[in-house]
Design a binder for this molecule. Structure first.
Ligand SMILES: Cc1ncc(COP(=O)(O)O)c(C=O)c1O
Length: 412
């Protein structure tokens, strides 16, 4: 039975927001601000377990955001948390890396088709920035091509939020449209003989828009243009990596990058990022000075080794695809029955659900808020995330809730 909740902010959540307003900029910053969600969404959480979350007021949710991607085998997965605890008993932050770093680099080189080496950092932005710097260092050239609207991190060369960013920060960035070979060719022409790299997301997953899978012909063109210009093809696999495939998200379409950026799902929520590269970039990667105080943390690397074992043993990407497809088929049938137009896009493991005639996202917001009241945590604009912990009965529970939410949206 759905757990009926009201959609008011809970008293503990409200009290924490009030305290935070005094000591945290804006009460909260960045993409995890509850103010970016319909009123009623909690800001603060107490715990997670499998595919469930509890907010600080004790309200339980079936989770379709998975911490915005990192939680891939389920909150507090025992195999991952045991590996972390074992490592913590030995030490986490030491005077250099532990054995875990070599084991993890070997594991990633073994799994990821294009990878001959791996280096580690903490956040996705570290990894994308390292890839860009490495492309420039290795080629001796400056221009980096990015798709308009793509998210690659929260630093001046790529943040979508221009506050505090100068034109000079972007002097050597040129934009193209994802899946549009003509616009990519124009950007390559503009770069002339100064093209260092082309950075592409695994698929088009821009905030608030329908998602687009990569057109294989476009991907092949990216590869050919990078080769023709002796530039790097950089794949930003931070969001999709290890959810769509354990071998790299473009492996399925037969296009291998030179460099890939990884983070989010790599260690099931423990902080870790990685850059993988091919032989061509090995020498340059050895020359590059990249580092951070916490980048060798052994506990996160132990978590990553355990996460990859679980994903491989249980064929995680395929399980998430099947659960996501069940959700998608159910939503499509309900939308049809209720006469509500919805657009579902992206890979089933990372679904986006947008409503027709909903430029201000009012219908989508009402839909997710009705679902939230009944204990299902969805997002009205961003892609969502399945995990290995979602079962058929979880998806069916979610669908029983969305059926009711559709009834309400149909009346709007
Ligand atoms: C595709 C992509 N690249 C890079 C990043 C930046 O990662 P982080 O927030 O860990 O710095 C994100 C984060 O959402 C992302 O989705």
């Amino acid at each position: 039975m759905p757990q009926l909740l009201d959609s008011k902010i809970g008293p503990r959540d409200q009290a924490l927001r009030d305290r935070a307003k005094r000591v945290v900029p804006g009460g909260m910053y960045g993409h995890m601000r509850a103010e970016g969600l319909p009123a009623g969404y909690p800001q603060f959480f107490a715990r997670g377990d499998g595919c469930h979350l509890w907010d600080v007021d004790g309200r339980q949710y079936l989770d379709f955001m998975c911490s915005w991607g990192p939680v891939v085998v389920g909150h507090r997965h025992p195999a991952v948390d045991d590996a972390v605890l074992r490592q913590m008993q030995q030490g986490d932050c030491l005077n250099g890396p532990s054995e875990r770093m070599v084991e993890l680099a070997e594991r990633m080189v073994g799994l990821i088709t294009h990878a001959d080496w791996a280096l580690f950092s903490k956040n996705g932005t570290d990894a994308t920035t390292t890839c860009v710097t490495l492309a420039r260092g290795a080629t001796g050239k400056r221009k980096i091509l990015l798709a308009r609207g793509a998210y690659h991190g929260a630093v001046p060369w790529c943040t979508p939020h221009p506050f505090g960013v100068t034109a000079e920060d972007r002097t050597h960035i040129i934009y193209f449209n994802y899946n549009d070979a003509a616009s990519l060719e124009a950007a390559v022409d503009q770069a002339g003989n100064d093209l260092a790299g082309i950075l592409v997301s695994a698929f088009r997953h821009d905030y608030g828009h329908d998602q687009q899978l990569p057109d294989p012909a476009f991907a092949a063109r990216v590869r050919a243009l990078a080769d023709a210009n002796e530039a790097a093809l950089i794949l930003d696999d931070v969001r999709a990596g290890f959810r769509l495939s354990l071998h790299g998200s473009w492996d399925q379409i037969g296009v291998q990058p030179d460099l890939s950026a990884w983070s989010k799902a790599i260690a099931n929520g423990y902080p870790l990022a990685a850059v993988t590269g091919n032989e061509r970039f090995r020498q340059a990667a050895a020359q590059l000075h990249v580092t951070g105080s916490f980048w060798c943390g052994a506990a996160s690397m132990a978590a990553a080794l355990a996460t990859l074992d679980v994903l491989e043993a249980e064929n995680g990407p395929e399980h998430m695809r099947r659960m996501g497809q069940r959700l998608r088929d159910g939503i499509a049938a309900q939308a049809g029955r209720h006469g509500v137009g919805v657009r579902q896009s992206g890979p089933p493991q990372m679904p986006t659900i947008l409503f027709e005639d909903d430029a201000d996202y009012a219908r989508g917001s009402r839909f997710v808020l009705e679902a939230l009241k009944c204990g299902v945590y969805l997002h009205p604009k961003h892609n969502m995330f399945l995990s290995l912990a979602h079962t058929v009965s979880d998806i069916d529970f979610a669908l029983s809730v969305t059926d009711e939410a559709f009834k309400i949206v149909a009346r709007l």
